[in-house]
Design a protein around this ligand. Structure first.
Ligand SMILES: [Fe+2]
Length: 276
């Protein structure tokens, strides 16, 4: 039986904020825990933004409330930090609350390799340097992983790197510089070094997307509590992904999506020069 992964993203526990229904997060997480108990996947992935940040003390309490529900799940869980997890808390504080090391890592799942690319997701608020700043060691980790991987690889991060358009996105249409890393093209070039099928999975942008680039398909999963695509009610998005020769990804809830794709090891032909 091919391995299956249950996925939850952008839980945003806390007070409602913009269209994020953080007030519904804990109840939806209880539902997610029951979903996992029924589905019995091999792994649970949390793609980050577990809370809507307030201040250091409040954020520690909010994180602990989410962590408590994760602890009731009887399946191996891997967490990634999002920008809201890091606004007032450090990676070390998140590590302590979750009881889990939060450095980038790879491990095998069936015939696949899972690459948890826990690249820095803190958003800088400094004048002249606003947004994500990818530390060079995070780029080097991904490049070396891509060069050396010897089996189909699922790359998981908080921030998507496809460069997909943000047209219609409530948060990012008019703030596209916060939707990805400024270094996204270089990150994709690092991934293109892989000689194996690669699929990328991320959260952050609060919608479901499928974006093939250079033979690598990039997926983003809707937030658990987002409501801008669902008429004000939380999407309640639970993901379930099966990894074999094909990748079968379903997002359940009120903003559903189902995708089946066969990733290839070959990259695409480089784009043509301008017609003019
Ligand atoms: Fe988020």
């Amino acid at each position: 039986m091919p391995p299956r992964i249950a996925i939850v993203s952008d839980i945003h526990h806390g007070a409602p904020s913009h269209t994020k229904r953080g007030d519904t997060a804990l109840a939806l997480m209880e539902e997610f825990a029951r979903f996992v108990a029924d589905a019995k996947p091999d792994l649970v992935l949390d793609l980050g933004d577990r809370i809507s940040d307030v201040d250091p003390d409040t954020d520690a309490v909010l994180q602990s409330e989410v962590a408590e529900i994760f602890r009731s799940i009887d399946v191996p869980i891997r967490h990634i930090c999002g920008n809201h997890d890091l606004d007032h808390l450090t990676v070390a504080q998140n590590t302590e609350i979750l009881g889990q090391d939060l450095a980038s890592e790879t491990f095998e799942l069936g015939d696949w390799r899972i690459a948890l690319w826990r690249a820095d997701a803190k958003i800088s608020r400094h004048e002249g340097n606003r947004g994500f700043n990818l530390p060079e060691p995070d780029l080097l980790w991904l490049s070396r992983m891509a060069q050396s991987t010897d089996r189909p690889t699922l790359v998981v991060s908080h921030v998507p790197i496809s460069g997909h358009a943000q047209t219609g996105n409530y948060y990012f249409e008019r703030n596209p510089q916060y939707s990805t890393y400024p270094e996204a093209a270089r990150i994709r070039a690092a991934l293109a070094q892989a000689r194996q099928p690669v699929v990328c999975l991320a959260g952050h942008v609060h919608w479901n997307t499928v974006t093939p680039v250079d033979g690598i398909t990039h997926l983003t999963q809707q937030s658990l509590t987002e409501s801008f695509t669902t008429g004000g009610e939380p999407a309640g998005a639970f993901g379930l992904m099966e990894l074999s020769d094909t990748v079968h990804w379903r997002v359940l809830g009120d903003d559903p999506l189902e995708v089946r794709l066969t990733p290839r090891a070959e990259r695409w032909v480089p784009p043509l020069t301008p017609f003019a």
